[in-house]
Design a binder for this molecule. Structure first.
Ligand SMILES: Nc1nc2c(ncn2[C@@H]2O[C@H](COP(=O)(O)OP(=O)(O)OP(=O)(O)O)[C@@H](O)[C@H]2O)c(=O)[nH]1
Ligand SMILES: [Mg+2]
Length: 408
């Protein structure tokens, strides 16, 4: 791969879904202005997901994913194709649910797709294709709240507009997943507390700290970076109250004591749990610790198969902290890599790593997979914050999530 190429994990994945023959492949060709996908009036031309990396203006580097029609059911091969199409949703950042404007009698398949997107909290757009052949707005009320966009992949009508809509929808999504920028106004002051101890890497800051500073700068706000011992004096020297103090969890208790009660305080772990996944679900997972019994099975799951450190957080520290917090002994099981163990029927809690090697989309998929099994899930950072007893204060910047924590 050349140095200037965007790696696939940093590209926006746009998946095209719908019944056979609605024009999914034609839509991809229209979007890119190229003959990338095979088009024919034979139902079931596309049989496997096809990933195509391409630059689309104004969206930038994307991966377009063409899929097989989801109505190809009833045969073993057809069912397998449908399953593979559904699997693509997990890799998709935004889905286009395409249908033929001339075939509006039955939306069962489209509703099923919408349900899957909603379940995964992923954005989708409903797009009616082939408007060059017909136009009748009556059926749009079928999709209550969702707007239906109209295009012709043949005449290219509506294609430029749909690109704009994809772009603005993604922008709204990105906003939701900013590290901290959504909490800030221009010129707000943010104080970041980063201990420089033996564990800190030589000559640089760790990635979450860098990303937070970058996000503060992008918000036109002001970042001040200090070590824990300089915090109190720094706050005294400021003639304006900071909007937020963000600290490494390790020194949370000291920082909490040094930060006035009317200044919001949170931790990098909490910001990144929110940025990378579903903070709400992870907070619920942390609360579930209270209902565990001695001997319960806890699955500690790592997203990658990296080399283990000597005092490994998953195998040594977490079991110790949990024992200290609950006074109970649990049965720990471990898994690593992209998939979970097949049989998780006796697992009472999943503790996931910080997901540094996973994309947000992948981590959300993993959280949802565990949630679907009815098992609570928490990650390392949130679990540590919970057993340290810092939720009370560290969730204050997120009132909706604090409510979940506070309710019984
Ligand atoms: N008139 C018209 N025909 C279209 C349009 N889009 C696609 N078609 C035609 O519809 C047929 C199916 O198009 P495809 O792009 O192969 O559809 P698909 O959804 O990829 O189909 P499968 O791969 O079989 O699931 C082809 O004959 C296309 O030429 C459109 O906007 N207007
Ligand atoms: Mg096709």
């Amino acid at each position: 791969m050349s140095m200037n190429k965007t790696p696939r994990s940093n590209r926006t994945h746009i998946g095209i879904f719908g019944k056979r023959n609605v024009g999914k492949s034609s839509f991809i060709n229209a979007l890119t202005n190229q003959k990338i996908s095979l088009v024919s009036d034979f139902k079931g031309t596309t049989t496997d997901p096809v990933f195509k990396s391409i630059e689309i203006l104004p969206l930038g580097p994307c991966v377009l994913i063409d899929t097989a029609g989801i109505d190809d059911k009833g045969t073993i091969l057809g069912d397998m194709r449908v399953q593979r199409t559904y699997d693509v949703i997990n890799k998709t950042d935004i889905g286009i649910i395409l249908f033929d404007i001339n075939d509006v009698d039955d939306f069962t398949y489209e509703y099923e797709l919408i349900k899957e997107f909603k379940k995964r909290k992923k954005p989708y757009l409903l797009v009616a294709n082939k408007i060059d052949l017909h136009s009748d707005d009556n059926f749009f009320k079928m999709f209550k709240k969702d707007k239906v966009y109209k295009v012709s992949s043949e005449s290219k009508k509506g294609i430029e507009e749909i690109k704009e809509v994809i772009g603005s929808t993604l922008k709204i999504e990105e906003e939701k997943f900013r590290v901290v920028g959504d909490l800030l106004k221009p010129l707000d002051i943010v104080v970041l507390v980063t201990p420089i101890d033996k564990a800190a890497p030589k000559g640089r800051l760790i990635l979450p700290q860098q990303q937070t500073i970058r996000d503060v700068l992008e918000s036109d706000a002001i970042s001040i970076v200090v070590k824990e011992h300089e915090l109190r004096d720094t706050l005294a020297k400021l003639n304006t109250k900071p909007k937020l103090v963000i600290t490494d969890s390790q020194v949370f208790l000291k920082v909490s004591a040094d930060t006035p009660k009317d200044v919001m305080l949170t931790s990098f772990s909490i910001l990144f749990a929110r940025n990378k996944g579903d903070l709400e679900e992870l907070v619920r997972g942390a609360k579930a610790i209270e209902s565990l019994e001695s001997g319960d099975v806890i699955l500690v799951s790592e997203g990658c198969t990296h080399h283990r450190q000597s005092d490994d957080i998953g195998t040594v520290k977490i079991p110790r902290w949990l024992r200290q917090h609950t006074g109970k002994d649990f049965n720990f099981r471990y898994s690593s890599g992209y998939t979970f163990p097949k049989d998780m029927s006796d697992v009472k809690l999943v503790i996931h790593c910080g997901a540094c090697m996973l994309t947000k989309t992948e981590m959300m998929h993993r959280i949802n997979e565990v949630k679907d099994k009815g098992i609570p899930i928490v990650n390392y950072g949130i679990l540590i914050s919970y057993v340290q007893g810092i939720f009370e204060r560290a969730l204050e910047p997120f009132p909706l999530i604090k409510m979940i924590y506070d309710e019984d």
